[in-house]
Design a protein. Structure first.
Length: 139
């Protein structure tokens, strides 16, 4: 992956926040929107930007579009995502996003409905220092 393409994606706060969330596993648009507190249109626009540059992949599950970090990533993308995770603990907004995401994932684990099982119901791997840890989401 071209390094300039990666940095073009990382130069926007909303895209950084989205990538940070997706580093912990796949999410649907509605939950990204809920965590970030932004409009569906804005989130979808940024997700499309990331998708066209191969920074995220999307899979349709029933009515939901589930976004994730690609399973096969370039060394450059891995390094930059690891750097994002390392620096994220210093950013108050990203720390808040992570806390909100934790609550959303906890709520989804408690929800026994079929919709919750399809829509982000599986825990994901998290990207940390270029490695993965956690359950199997394919991230």
């Amino acid at each position: 992956m071209e390094l300039v393409k990666i940095y073009e994606c990382l130069c926007d706060r909303t895209r950084l926040r989205i990538l940070n969330l997706l580093c912990s596993g796949p999410l649907c648009v509605c939950h990204i929107q809920e965590v970030l507190g932004e409009s569906q249109v804005k989130i979808s626009r940024h997700l499309n930007y990331l998708k066209t540059r191969d920074m995220v992949v999307v899979q349709r599950e029933a009515n939901w579009m589930i976004y994730s970090i690609p399973e096969k990533r370039s060394r450059e993308l891995d390094a930059n995502l690891a750097c994002l995770q390392d620096c994220a603990s210093e950013d108050k907004l990203i720390v808040r996003d992570n806390a909100r995401l934790k609550k959303v994932r906890a709520r989804l684990r408690k929800d026994d409905s079929a919709a919750a099982a399809i829509c982000c119901g599986k825990p994901g791997k998290s990207i940390k220092h270029g490695k993965t840890a956690g359950a199997s989401c394919g991230c």
